[in-house]
Design a protein around this ligand. Structure first.
Ligand code: ATR
Length: 267
């Protein structure tokens, strides 16, 4: 029987997850299909019951369900608990578990750096920023700062996880070794010409933008011109998806072909 997997969220606009997962299933010769399940908040509980009844093998969870889904599960990873959000459902020993592979995806390219940063600055304070701070804590980065337009949201994350708050207006007075943008500044559309870091970069800084459309945001282009090492948001998207695939299938995917697929899908 064909195994079912898919993504829930509301509204579910364009997502590259089906492209990635269906490609991986085919490459690994798996009889599985990844579907798109738009699910409103009031339908979430019934959806989780359906996952149990139909033994749906794996689910990607996106906005607005990442927190709400937690109370419907049998258990959660330490990582999902510390972030306070679940983006992946999977089965283990007959129990429905939650994991947060956004953190796995975010830290994968950082683990590959030759030199680990000592000071990191996270820009923004939404769900992605929370995953970023949790990831930086997991990597044991010495000093993690967070700056957000609405300071109180940064304070909440700093309180829950290990980080210190910097005023949004003063963010450029810091000299981090790593800057991670989790705001939509630079995203295709109205914000494409914007950057969360106008002006000079600290020398030798690594700049990571989790925005992946466009592939090279203004932030990344300017950072590269300044001689910084850059990490594209597509890498985080790819790595969070590969981590899901491992949880659902127990198989080890090849990152290079999947990366090429996503790059060409984004144009
Ligand atoms: P996600 O869950 O994907 O991280 P989000 O919760 O919408 O998304 O968070 C987006 C972050 O980008 C927020 O921290 C937001 O700042 P506010 O808390 O002040 O709303 C930040 N952001 C959005 N637009 C911004 C802008 N024009 N300038 C600066 N920050 C912005």
């Amino acid at each position: 029987m064909t195994q079912k997997m898919g993504i829930i969220g509301w509204p579910l606009g364009h997502t590259m997850s089906p492209t990635l997962h269906n490609f991986l299933f085919e490459r690994h010769g798996l009889d599985a299909k990844y579907e798109v399940w738009p699910t409103q908040p009031e339908e979430l509980e019934a959806f989780v019951s359906r996952v149990r009844e139909e033994k749906i093998q794996g689910v990607s969870v996106t906005i607005p369900h990442k927190q709400a889904v937690m109370k419907h599960l049998d258990g959660m990873s330490f990582r999902a608990k510390s972030v306070g959000a679940v983006n992946t459902l999977f089965w283990e020993d007959g129990q429905l578990f939650g994991e947060n592979t956004d953190v796995t995806g975010l830290i994968a390219p950082l683990r590959a750096l030759q030199k680990q940063p000592e000071t990191a600055l996270v820009l923004g304070a939404g769900g992605a920023a929370r995953a970023a701070v949790a990831g930086l804590n997991e990597l044991e980065i010495e000093s993690v700062f967070i700056a957000n337009r609405t300071r109180s949201k940064a304070e909440t994350i700093a309180h829950d996880l290990a980080a210190r708050v910097v005023d949004w207006e003063k963010r450029q007075t810091t000299t981090p070794d790593l800057i991670i943008n989790t705001t939509p500044l630079g995203m295709a559309g109205d914000m494409q010409d914007m950057t969360p870091w106008p002006g000079e970069f600290p020398s030798g800084c690594v700049v990571y933008d989790i925005v992946y459309n466009p592939l090279r945001t203004r932030l990344l282009r300017e950072a590269e011109q300044s001689g910084c090492l850059i990490i594209e948001g597509l890498e985080m998207f790819l790595q969070q998806g590969l981590a899901q695939f491992r949880l659902w299938t127990g198989q080890e995917p090849d990152p290079d072909t999947a990366r090429e697929l996503l790059r060409s899908a984004l144009g």
